[in-house]
Design a protein around this ligand. Structure first.
Ligand SMILES: Nc1ncnc2c1ncn2[C@@H]1O[C@H](COP(=O)(O)OP(=O)(O)OP(=O)(O)O)[C@@H](O)[C@H]1O
Length: 294
């Protein structure tokens, strides 16, 4: 993808399976929103091949569009409408696209309940708090019971409780409704909790593709084992934590307490991979982890 003479994305290649939750990570300006907007059909690409639900987004029909759900980074409109009325109104748009396997829209009351806006349903949208507004954005994104849902930084501005509820909602959508979800976030713990698979976009391309665990192993095989023994705390780094822990118990048995095995966090992994790209020390191609369990 090129803006004017500037290449923003080149050689970006990935596919997402039905029901998968994929998090797209990357530094500011890496091209996450551009990627998502191309997939949504909102932005014309300058080259390459793209297929979303079997259709090139540049030529998507209304029927195709009705199968997608989109939560943009920000959305400001309809301030004078009431929450319930807006959702009911938008839902009606999806009625003609209902199928026997996928009833559209989600009934308004059920939807309001799913996003936790029960108390605000009669409230004007302009009077919602930032977090309540974000819940409404999510409701608008899923009102048509999408097969594929795009979420661009969905939890920005949500308090920890609302964030947890949102995570439950994502699990519900992917498990019960088989919704495929592609989300961007700068919250790495969120990506780790929500995503089956993580894509890291940096230096115009995808530099890593796999589960959080798989990416961590790419950066370092070392695990840190911590334990206590006779009131003392110990730390040991090893590339074979299982054997080490087995030997530890063999030698000291019941004396071992507070055992913890820690691998590189997604944050450690992410920072290390992006740093390698930004400092030009990455000679490896895309880290794709095919065939490994996810
Ligand atoms: N309409 C545009 N015209 C020209 N350049 C653009 C346009 N939109 C984005 N860009 C540039 O393309 C690059 C990728 O932007 P994009 O918004 O896709 O990044 P991002 O990964 O979503 O960033 P962030 O994490 O900050 O949201 C940036 O360098 C940005 O300046």
């Amino acid at each position: 993808m090129r803006y004017g003479t500037k290449d923003v994305l080149s050689g970006v290649e990935f596919s997402v399976s039905r029901g998968e939750v994929v998090a797209l990570l990357g530094p500011n300006g890496a091209g996450k929103t551009t990627t998502i907007e191309i997939l949504e059909g909102f932005r014309a690409r300058s080259g390459g091949h793209v297929s979303v639900l079997g259709t090139d987004p540049a030529h998507g029909s209304e029927h195709w569009r009705a199968r997608l759900g989109i939560v943009l980074q920000s959305w400001r409109d309809h301030g004078r409408w009431k929450v319930k009325d807006l959702l009911h109104h938008l839902g009606r748009y999806y009625g003609p696209y209902s199928t026997s396997g996928r009833q559209r829209p989600i009934p308004t009351e059920q939807l309001i309940d799913m996003v936790g806006l029960g108390e605000q349903q009669e409230q004007k949208i302009s009077k919602l708090s930032g977090g309540q507004r974000r819940r409404l954005d999510v409701a608008i994104g899923i009102v048509g019971r999408p097969e594929l849902l795009f979420l661009d930084e969905p939890t920005a501005g949500l308090d920890p409780h609302a964030r947890r509820e949102f995570h439950d909602l994502v699990h519900q959508l992917s498990d019960m409704e088989e919704t495929t979800i592609l989300l961007t976030t700068h919250d790495l713990s969120e990506a780790e909790k929500l995503a089956d698979r993580i894509l890291i976009l940096a230096g115009h391309r995808i530099i890593a593709d796999g589960s959080a665990e798989q990416l961590a192993r790419q950066v370092s095989n070392q695990a840190e084992v911590r334990w206590s023994q006779a009131g003392q705390f110990y730390v040991h780094s090893t590339d074979d934590a299982t054997t080490f822990v087995r030997q530890l118990f063999h030698q000291h048995g019941d004396q071992i307490g507070d055992l913890e095995v820690r691998r590189a966090s997604l944050e450690d992994t992410y920072l290390s991979m992006v740093h390698r790209i930004e400092t030009g020390h990455d000679d490896a191609a895309v880290t794709t982890l095919e065939g490994a369990p996810r």
